[in-house]
Ligand binder design. Structure first.
Ligand SMILES: [Zn+2]
Length: 231
């Protein structure tokens, strides 16, 4: 059996339970499991009311089978990630605002790693995460599969570069300091120091396995989000 961790840190409320989700499908005569010969599908999951820009984690280790905007006729999921965990288990994360660039189809993602940011894309009436578990293709309530151990600690000091064209990296917190590289959109970094200059700009010293440097940026939420004042 595959064990799942919650796909986000924090205490966000359920806005639609699995059973409520399923009831919507049944009431409208939509199919919610394959093999019934109908074309209008509606897959129940659990909806969590989560503000846009919250880090979303892989619930279990697996292979990425989708990481893009939903291309089905309804486009219902919006920006969506699917992860195949083996043993017939698949999880899906819908309505995201951002998917990290490194998450290519076919790549392996480990449990607890950031896959993107929550959002309000696709067929969605407000910011939320649609989290779905399918077992052998059949949507299933994930609740019994959620474990509390091992807990992957939320990466409170991790940020993602959300600037479309990325951010410049300098060797000191100043616009006249040497440019030592760049961080592409989607790069996940750890912030190790912050300096606010008298000219009003804020600089963050960031690090990954590959580099350390300073970037002029704004941390939009306490959790994960990094947008530039300028690059
Ligand atoms: Zn949903």
């Amino acid at each position: 059996m595959t064990s799942l961790i919650m796909p986000f840190a924090g205490d966000y409320p359920v806005s639609q339970t699995f059973l409520q989700h399923k009831a919507v499908a049944v009431k409208n005569g939509w199919c919610w499991k394959p093999g019934t010969g109908c074309t209008a599908f509606y897959y129940p999951g659990i909806d969590y009311a989560i503000p846009v820009g919250t880090a979303i984690y892989a619930s279990a280790t697996g292979k990425v089978t989708a990481a893009a905007t939903d291309s089905s006729p309804s486009g219902g999921y919006g920006k969506c990630v699917k992860i195949d965990h083996g043993d017939g288990f698949l999880t899906l994360y819908g309505h995201l605002s951002n998917i990290i660039i490194a998450l290519a189809v076919g790549s392996v993602i480990e449990q607890g790693k950031v896959i993107g940011l929550s959002g309000n894309t696709g067929n969605s009436t407000g910011p939320h995460l649609h989290w779905e578990l399918r077992i052998n293709g059949i949507p299933t309530d994930p609740t019994p599969y959620i474990i509390t151990e091992p807990v992957i600690p939320p990466s409170g000091d991790k940020y993602i570069v959300t600037a479309e064209i990325g951010l410049r990296l300098r060797d000191a917190p100043s616009l006249t300091a040497n440019v030592i590289g760049g961080m592409a959109h989607g790069t996940i970094v750890t912030v190790i120091d912050t300096e606010k200059l008298t000219n009003g700009t804020t600089w963050h010293q960031v690090t990954t396995d590959a580099f350390t440097g300073w970037a002029c940026a704004e941390l939009v939420t306490t959790e994960i989000y990094m947008t530039p004042f300028f690059t």
